[in-house]
Design a binder for this molecule. Sequence first.
Ligand SMILES: [Zn+2]
Length: 324
Amino acid sequence: MKKRHHILGVDLGGTKILAAVFDERGRLLSREKKATKPELGTATVINRVEECVHEALAAAAIPHTEIAALGIGVPGPIDPKGEIVRVAPNLHWKDVPLARLLRKHLDVPVTVVNDVQAGTMAVAALGAGRKLKDFACMFVGTGLGGGIVINGELYKGSTGMAGEVGHMVVVPDDGPKCGCGNRGCLEAVASRSAIVRRIVNEIEDGRKSVVKQLCDGDLKRIRSRILATAYRDGDELVREVLHAAADYIGIGAANLINVLNPQAVILGGGVIEALGDRLLPRITKSAWAHVIAPTPQRVNIKDSGLGDDAGILGAALAARQLVG
Ligand SMILES: [Zn+2]
């Protein structure tokens, strides 16, 4: 019998599921994608995760008997044992025993991790944080999450919740409602959901935008890539909304810089992957307008270098730790 030495890394987001197979040296063998469809309920989402895993295994031509472990990143707090998803607002989940359910169906050891904490570990091990001891990450996707590395280690806080950068309040009065229940959080004004919500509202109010044609009239289909195309086409509405989001992300970065004095603030996630080259200068400018006592060596604000793979890489690192 062949040794089990391959690893599965899964990134379960509010919009899409990514599943990847890695060999024993951490090389990516295959990577498959599927829409999450959280509105169809927990059981369906878990089925779709399993389908995506099987597709990734088939694409790599690896039988599941050769898998040593599976790591899965989920957008929300996880119990310290890596078994249960406590809350995941973008999936409408509460206390889901995800590790047990996946183990039952896939018959491999499973560990569940917070997606952005895992992504931060991937940035530290393989991305733009590789040579840094102190940095903060911000991942801009369906939601907006992050992670903090202090002295080379992920800072988890007293109850494991540290790094919720998306819930820094940036619009104190009458800001838009956030998934967490508060108002004016960074996530509520700068995540892709927030960006899309604003664009859809404006289009429904009669504003013209190329986005409508790009998504064939179905405004539910607006993804980061459509936003990037519209931005490059010079679409006025998309530019206005994305610039406002970039200014807020800059404020968030400045808050992190002021509090933590990091070597870098590293940006990732679907929005940054699709639009980072266009938005980074604006984010940086906004951050510099809000940092205190800028030091001669300015803190670097940069791309993670991992594209959309930070989540699957971080989940795979966690799975690798599970089996030693
Ligand atoms: Zn919030």
